[in-house]
Design a protein around this ligand. Sequence first.
Ligand code: HEC
Length: 208
Amino acid sequence: MRYINKYKFVFYLATAFVLYSCGAGPDNQGLEYAPNMYHSVPYEPLTQITDQSSGNWVSSLDNGVGEYYNSNPNNPHGMTMRVPPANTVRRNKNGYLPYRIPKDSIELAARILKNPLDSTLNVINEGKALYGMFCSHCHGQKGTTPGPAGEIYGGVTSYTSAAVKDKPEGHIFHVISQGKGRMASHASQISVEERWKIVRYVQVLQKQ
Ligand code: HEC
């Protein structure tokens, strides 16, 4: 009688086990090797397993609940993150709201936006430093002749050109935030405060 080679048998068994353990889903983490290495003891902000017995079989915790249980009993719905109060929008620590003027509404931005930062030497110097980090490689040190990246990128407008030199602060802020034409949005890299500082410096360059 032919019998299966025992190494092959172990191999098939191991493969079947590994494939079986891949069956994870949003509410099922599948089989985990040494699970207490993955599950944090502090409350996790984004997961919420409410079943206290979940992961009982591997529990290393001494509070009697399963390894996977991670609801926060102190908050509604067992969540760690709190639901914001109805009809509210979160401001950042300096009180700014998220920027929501759509990309194609540049005239509106130019008309209504006002720089909350005064044009002090300090603000202009900080704007200059930020300009050096985020803009000058394309726009050049003075904003008139393209920097090394701008030369390759092409089509970089000079701040003293007729099209740009009289543009108001809201216009410049909008261009940094949403991008315009060949220039992409810089909103993800530069905070609102920093953008307004850069605007102060670009205004200096417009008038040079
Ligand atoms: C990747 C290169 C690149 C970077 C980085 C870049 N720009 Fe631009 N910028 C451009 C190009 C290209 C244009 C021309 C856009 C067009 O009209 O197609 C432009 C246009 C502008 C304009 C004129 C918009 C108008 O009304 O015509 C302003 C103002 C401006 N950029 C400011 C900035 C500031 C401030 C920064 C730094 C936060 C910055 N840019 C970073 C490439 C860049």
